[in-house]
Design a binder for this molecule. Structure first.
Ligand SMILES: [Zn+2]
Length: 372
């Protein structure tokens, strides 16, 4: 009997199938067992087939499913519907059929492979001849890379990294740094106020005061971190940006130390050929104050689009720490002097990678970030 034949016959009663005695009952059930056994043998012979786990499940359904499985159909039509005088024979034959049917599916070879079914089934949808899926490895954000590079130079000079809160008090952000209330950067347009006494820090400089209070002098630190200003985003402005500043306080620190250190720093970062230029400037927390420019790293000082034909690029502010700032940090300006500088990490990264829009750093566009 073929499987199709068995399926068809399982829907008919034994009398419809012309079975009217015990011998006929035994023979019919034996045929059914044989057909199921053949089906299993053919199934197992294909156990290396990728579709095997699915076929095992189909086979199990075919034989044992409630209601529509072969065993259930045979019970209904060959046992329950059978005339009383054939019931004992049909009952015995059915019990043995059921046990055998279950055994067909309980053999370890089938079960173990069926358990693997879910795993194999995933594989069966894949073309195994294709190269594997490559999980992309992340990398450090270009701004972080730049920050680490700058940090590395100063760590090698004996500075250590210090950090502080991004939500800062007006005292640390302005007052202690000698920025009077009349200073333009206190204007609402530049500073993001949380309340009248709290701001999102507009620079990393508040950490200077915090570190002076915490460690006293001598002090050699760099302070990297996020800063916030009330700027509309455009190609060169972002309301959130990254600064790093350095602070050196010790006995007999002079402007020459500042110049030497920053010149060394610029050469380490941009190459030995880079020259530095210091021009007078003004910051409330340093006196004297200066702007540092480096010879254009794109044209070597000849003049180009980036340096606006000047041959120089302004890269940071610096100066000798104002005596009042030292005093505010609890350090005696009669005994100690110091210098400080501050620069925008984002701008340095833009310069290094020749990026003309700061917004690209913060848009999380993987196509952009993948290039670093
Ligand atoms: Zn240039």
């Amino acid at each position: 009997m073929t499987l199709e034949e068995l399926k068809r016959q399982a829907e008919l009663s034994l009398s419809d199938l012309g079975v009217h005695d015990e011998a006929g009952v035994t023979a019919k059930f034996a045929e059914a067992r044989e057909t199921m056994g053949r089906e299993r043998t053919s199934l197992v012979s294909r156990s290396t087939d990728l579709h095997f786990p699915r076929r095992v499940r189909e086979f199990r359904n075919l034989i044992l499913a409630r209601g529509h499985g072969l065993v259930a159909r045979i019970k209904e039509n060959w046992l329950d519907a059978t005339p009383k005088h054939l019931k004992p024979a049909a009952g015995r034959a059915f019990n043995s059929l059921r046990i055998i049917a279950e055994e067909l599916l309980e053999e370890e070879s089938i079960l173990n492979i069926a358990k693997l079914g879910k795993t194999l089934e995933l594989e069966e949808r894949l073309d195994l001849t294709l190269p594997g899926n490559r999980r992309p490895l992340g990398s450090l954000h270009p701004v972080t890379q730049m920050q680490r590079e700058i940090e590395e130079i100063f760590l090698n000079l004996g500075f250590r990294i210090e950090s502080g809160p991004e939500i800062e008090s007006v005292y640390y952000n302005f007052d202690a740094l000698n920025i009077p209330e009349s200073h333009p950067s206190r204007d609402d347009w530049d500073t993001l106020y949380i309340d009248s006494r709290t701001v999102l820090r507009t620079h990393t400089s508040p950490v200077q005061i915090r570190a002076m209070e915490k460690y006293g002098a001598p002090l050699y630190i760099i302070i990297p971190g996020k800063c916030y200003r009330h700027d509309n985003p455009d190609a060169s402005h972002s309301p959130m940006f990254h600064q790093i500043e350095g602070l050196a306080i010790d006995c007999d620190i002079t402007f020459a130390d500042l110049k030497g250190t920053l010149d060394f720093f610029a050469k380490k970062l941009f190459g030995e050929k880079v020259r530095t230029r210091f021009q007078p400037s003004f910051f409330p927390f340093t006196e004297p104050s200066g702007e540092v420019a480096i010879s254009c790293i794109f044209c070597g000082g000849e003049g180009c689009r980036v340096c606006k034909e000047s041959g120089w690029i302004e890269v940071m502010g610096c100066g000798m720490v104002h005596p009042q700032v030292l005093r505010n940090g609890g350090i005696d300006p009669e005994k100690y002097t110091g210098w400080a500088f501050g620069l925008g990490i984002d701008r340095f990264a833009m310069m290094k990678y020749d990026i003309n829009d700061i917004q690209l750093f913060f848009q999380s566009d993987v196509r952009f970030l993948q290039q670093f």
